[in-house]
Design a protein around this ligand. Structure first.
Ligand SMILES: [Mg+2]
Length: 181
């Protein structure tokens, strides 16, 4: 089976990493968990993003519970491709952050190209994704999608994809999705 996974919000806790960054750098910020994404209403969004990316924060994001162990288990039996909407310039930090993970490929492709790379190039049997627009897009492209249900912004995505609450449910979900095909 070919498994493809998004990284931020699924494997790594980008949101908490960003919140920790704003606290350490004393940047006033309150996160709205109902909305996808973190950077929305700063006077200069790109400047804040660059500041976040320039430090060590981006290479030290925390794994969600059990994601590392479960993905390594899956990677021992299947192809595991990781695709991130981070820009290619951030690849080194992403590789550093994921050095314990045994993936087949890792690509940081930028926001604009991610959908196309997954659908046209990787063509996975299962996609793991948290961004609502992409959950819907991958579903429409005929890809089976599963998504973590711990983000309020994925509310309603059950009509396009299968939710999971804990990473240790994922092997069973994938097994079931194979046998019901
Ligand atoms: Mg994501």
């Amino acid at each position: 089976m070919i498994i493809c996974s998004d990284v931020d919000g699924v494997i790594l806790n980008y949101i908490q990493g960003f919140i920790d960054f704003t606290r350490k750098e004393k940047i006033p910020y309150s996160h709205n968990p109902e909305l996808y994404g973190v950077i929305s209403n700063f006077p200069d969004n790109l400047k804040v993003r660059d500041q976040f990316y320039s430090g060590k924060y981006l290479s030290q994001l925390k794994f969600y519970d059990d994601s590392l162990e479960i993905l390594n288990l899956l990677a021992s039996k299947h192809e595991l491709h990781l695709v991130s909407a981070l820009e290619p310039e951030q690849s080194k930090k992403r590789v550093e952050n994921l050095k314990m993970l045994n993936y087949t490929t890792l690509q940081c492709v930028g926001d604009d190209r991610k959908e196309e790379i997954v659908i046209e190039e990787i063509q996975p049997d299962v996609m793991i994704e948290d961004r609502p627009e992409l959950i819907e897009a991958f579903h429409r492209a005929g890809i089976r999608v599963i998504f973590p249900d711990w983000h309020p912004y994925t509310k309603g995505m059950e009509c396009f994809a299968t939710p999971f609450s804990l990473w240790n449910e994922v092997p069973y979900l994938l097994h079931n999705s194979l046998t019901t095909d």
